[in-house]
Design a protein. Structure first.
Length: 188
């Protein structure tokens, strides 16, 4: 990766049921680029990852409770997927407010797999071109988004990908967009 994230704080918003590889792979990409990843969650203390939708993975230490998190304290946001993770976060008002804060401040956001569900409920998907896991495509279209089936899509600072198979491209673009900083068209 050529982009440099030294001095950048990158929020990772997740909860129990996060697709583990969609948390750990971008996390490592941010660290390798010199950034500081911070795990934000509605869980206190720890959360449990999943390997697919059925198998429990590792336990991760939560750095900051979402009710105490403020978008202005971060340079960008990563939304890992996982069915349970995204389904829980999309109805959590603190999580949705946190997500909206990045859009209103024109900061880069990256979402993979089921995580675009969160974008729908945050009210930031309409009019955007993005991708997701295929079974979320109709929800995105119904929310007014232009869904495309591509490994990675960037729309004015919003980076999206479909599945863990797309992580290399997703990681490269999320680091690149984070390094670029604010995007004026990235808004609620």
């Amino acid at each position: 990766m050529t982009a440099e994230l030294t001095g950048h704080r990158i929020a990772f918003l997740a909860t129990n049921g996060v697709e583990q590889i969609e948390l750990t792979s971008p996390w490592e990409a941010v660290k390798e680029a010199g950034g500081t990843p911070v795990l934000v969650s509605p869980q206190r203390d720890t959360l449990t990852g999943m390997i697919g939708d059925w198998d429990h993975g590792d336990t991760f230490t939560v750095d900051l409770h979402v009710s105490e998190a403020r978008a202005e304290d971060f340079d960008s946001l990563v939304l890992p997927g996982g069915t349970l993770n995204a389904d829980t976060l999309r109805v959590d008002e603190d999580a949705l407010g946190f997500v909206r804060g990045f859009f209103s401040q024109h900061k880069p956001v990256a979402a993979i797999c089921h995580a675009p569900w969160i974008l729908i409920n945050a009210g930031v998907a309409e009019g955007r071109t993005l991708t997701s896991v295929a079974n979320v495509s109709l929800d995105l279209k119904n929310a007014g988004a232009d869904w495309v089936d591509q490994e990675v899509v960037v729309d004015a600072g919003l980076t999206t990908s479909r599945t863990p198979d797309d992580l290399d491209a997703f990681n490269d673009k999320l680091v690149e967009e984070a390094a670029e900083g604010k995007h004026q068209d990235q808004t609620t």
